[in-house]
Design a protein around this ligand. Structure first.
Ligand SMILES: N=CN[C@@H](CCC(=O)O)C(=O)O
Ligand SMILES: [Zn+2]
Length: 395
């Protein structure tokens, strides 16, 4: 996954050397320089750590009854968010932080070394700011999602004004990104446009929840605003795919050079849990769109942070090759968070790829090749994980 070696290069009999939090050397094991500490991977596969670019981890409460109803035939609707909002508002800071830390630890044990999460279960100024503050102490990238649902009893236009004004100002110190749920039952195209405009003007990077439950304006808006990603993308018109492909016209996917466009982030665990058609990742890749795979871990539509599961599903059911799925779950996620480039640059290092000068984020599988993730789905293959050079899970 070193763009300089070809984006899906596999090195056999290789060694990787870390120096602190950076990757210092990669090459044939027989030529590896001396190191203070050595770990023999025993011929097992080493991959970049997963970059999970879409989660909603700041929440309390349980929605397993809603899940069971769905499995019995009820459709998913955005309104379920209100149930989690009530439980989240009732939780104290200590409990909310403890639950977030436990979810972050689960994700890390599963191989995730860079984690984004969103607000969106607070839905008033104080609670959204609290969620953003707590998230900023635990995860790597925080996204403001005040525009997740109009709370019961609020006027949609007045609530949108609140999101664009006082709520945005209150979360601003804690977040890098803003998002809007542009969907039937959530925010209209016009309301979404207002949110994206205000957040862009406040200096935030943009992402959009779009085209999840039906055709809609999400992809169009994401392209119009130059968003870094549009997520879900289950229901795409040909014009949506063409518009996304157009954003990648000045990008060289092989070398990772040029101007990145809007990543299409596919969320297969969510698609299965909501019984939506799987996002058309194959069609998007064939059109020249960069795709990310993310867990969308949240209590409503996707209560898993297992990127291994997402990768296996992408290979088994979405027609991606193993190399394409791995790239989408690592480099693709990094692109969606604009963390894909940067070699020792101002202390910021690229994540999602194994290359000299990038952050030492890697995982070791209990398997001789990454194909085993799909070949042996559901098996506990993650043997060890290093994040920023620190080992966080033992074999
Ligand atoms: N689609 C919007 N938001 C979440 C679901 C939130 C919920 O139902 O609690 C998602 O990405 O699927
Ligand atoms: Zn989401």
């Amino acid at each position: 996954m070193d763009p300089a070696r070809g984006s899906d290069a596999v090195l056999a009999d290789a060694a990787v050397v870390f120096d602190g939090e950076r990757i210092a050397w990669i090459g044939p094991a027989a030529e590896a320089p001396a190191a203070d500490e050595m770990h023999d991977a025993g011929g097992r596969a080493m991959l970049p750590g997963w970059v999970d670019s879409h989660t909603h981890l700041v929440f309390a409460g349980d929605r397993s009854a809603e899940f069971e109803a769905r499995m019995a035939g009820e459709p998913y609707a955005a309104g379920g968010i209100a149930v989690t909002t009530e439980a989240t508002r009732a939780a104290g800071d200590y409990d909310l932080t403890r639950m977030l830390l436990a979810r972050q630890a689960e994700a890390a044990a599963g191989g995730t070394t860079w984690l984004e999460t969103k607000t969106g279960y607070g839905l008033d100024v104080e609670q959204e700011a609290r969620s953003a503050r707590i998230a900023s102490t635990v995860v790597d990238d925080v996204t403001f999602l005040g525009a997740h649902l109009v709370p019961a009893g609020s006027d949609p236009e007045e609530y949108t004004d609140l999101v664009c004004g006082p709520m945005l100002a209150a979360v601003r110190p804690y977040v890098q990104w803003a998002d809007v749920f542009c969907e039937r039952g959530a925010f209209t195209e016009e309301q979404s446009r207002r949110v994206l405009t205000a957040c862009r003007d406040a200096g935030l990077g943009l992402r959009v929840h779009g085209n999840q439950l039906g055709p809609g304006a999400g992809v169009r808006l994401a392209v119009e605003f130059g968003a870094a990603s549009v997520d879900h993308v289950n229901y795409l018109a040909d014009s949506d795919v063409e518009a996304l492909a157009g954003t990648w016209r000045d990008w060289d996917a092989q070398t990772g050079s040029g101007q990145p466009g809007t990543v299409a982030t596919c969320l297969p665990a969510c698609d299965l849990s909501t019984r939506q058609p799987l996002a058309p990742a194959r069609r998007l890749l064939d059109a020249g769109v960069e795709v990310a795979l993310a867990s969308n871990c949240n209590p409503g539509t996707s209560y898993t942070s297992s990127m291994n599961f997402c990768v296996a599903t992408a290979v088994l059911q979405m027609e991606l090759s193993v190399a394409e799925a791995l790239r989408a779950a690592t480099y693709g996620g990094a692109l969606a968070l604009r963390r894909h480039a940067g070699v020792d640059e101002d202390g910021k290092r690229a994540v999602g790829s194994i290359a000299v000068g990038h952050r030492a984020d890697v995982q070791l599988l209990n398997a001789p090749s990454a194909a085993h993730l799909a070949y042996r789905p559901g098996m506990p293959l993650t043997a060890a994980v290093w994040r920023a050079g620190d080992r966080i899970r033992k074999t």
